[in-house]
Design a protein around this ligand. Structure first.
Ligand SMILES: NC(=O)c1ccc[n+]([C@@H]2O[C@H](COP(=O)([O-])OP(=O)(O)OC[C@H]3O[C@@H](n4cnc5c(N)ncnc54)[C@H](OP(=O)(O)O)[C@@H]3O)[C@@H](O)[C@H]2O)c1
Length: 242
């Protein structure tokens, strides 16, 4: 059977880099995006496109997710959930629709589609789910706690899913990137030592898939950073400007 992967959010810079990595390793790749035109342009620039295809997908169309998954041209053995939105924390504090959009995109949308995928894999007793969460979900900070709380929920969802699906032989990998140089962080002044290019991150994630890791910090130094951040007592933490 041909190896295959579905990338939900295939037009994200990380999702696209991951798709390329899977293509280079002989996988058939189904890229799912809201922006089929832009993704078609990106794919047309690849040297080997023969195993790549695109489907239209909106994480916020919750009620369509089951039918959408059932209508895919083939059922992938791996599903990667790579869409997301950082949003504007300050704006979202004052405007409910902005906050709701952050929460729905990063948490509800991911749960909505992965619930469907998980049911299918559990029945098949085969498959793998890769969820791209974030170190932002490890501890709430004033600078991005709306996005962070959605990612925290997503990490815990993936933990529960891994626990549930283990007996069915279905593996769940939680990926926690730190900073990535992508369109999500364009314009931000990121510290080079703590920042990964999407292609490099994609290679690390691909290796974690092969090794069936449970939880992986894409750049290992982030494991240490978050360990320190999580260990700061609340009485001190609440006074910090993070
Ligand atoms: N960049 C970082 O520093 C960083 C750090 C930690 C974690 N992450 C996580 O890593 C993943 C990839 O991030 P990235 O930086 O590569 O992202 P990105 O380049 O900014 O792309 C995000 C993508 O999410 C998709 N998206 C947004 N709302 C959607 C919706 N309703 N339905 C379907 N797709 C939707 C958009 O795709 P379309 O418009 O094409 O549909 C967009 O291309 C995300 O989950 C992100 O939260 C990123």
């Amino acid at each position: 059977m041909e190896k295959s992967v579905l990338i939900l959010g295939g037009n994200s810079d990380l999702g696209f880099a991951l798709g390329k990595t899977f293509l280079n390793n002989g996988f058939k790749v189904l890229f799912a995006t809201r922006d089929v035109t832009e993704l078609s342009n990106r794919i047309s620039q690849l040297t080997d496109q023969s195993r790549a295809s695109i489907v239209s997908f909106d994480a916020l169309q919750f009620s369509s997710h089951e039918a959408w998954f059932n209508s895919l041209p083939f059922k992938p053995e791996i599903t990667v959930c790579a869409f997301g939105m950082l949003g504007d924390q300050r704006q979202a504090e004052q405007d409910w629709m902005s906050a709701k959009n952050i929460l729905e995109t990063n948490y509800i949308g991911a749960v909505s589609i992965l619930n469907v995928v998980a049911e299918y894999y559990e029945q098949q007793k085969h498959g793998m789910i890769v969820g791209i969460s974030s170190v932002a979900g490890d501890r709430g900070r004033q600078s991005n706690y709306l996005y962070g709380s959605a990612k925290a929920g997503f990490s815990e969802y993936l933990s529960g899913l891994r626990n549930r699906l283990f007996k069915a032989g279905v593996h769940v990998l939680t990926v926690k990137p730190g900073f990535l140089r992508t369109k999500m962080t364009a314009g931000l002044n990121l510290p080079p030592m703590l920042t990964d290019e999407p292609e490099r991150a994609a290679r690390r994630i691909y290796n974690a898939v092969l090794r069936k890791r449970n939880v992986v910090y894409v750049k290992p130094v982030w494991f240490l950073i978050m360990l320190i951040i999580k260990s700061i007592p609340e009485i001190i933490f609440k006074r910090l400007k993070l």
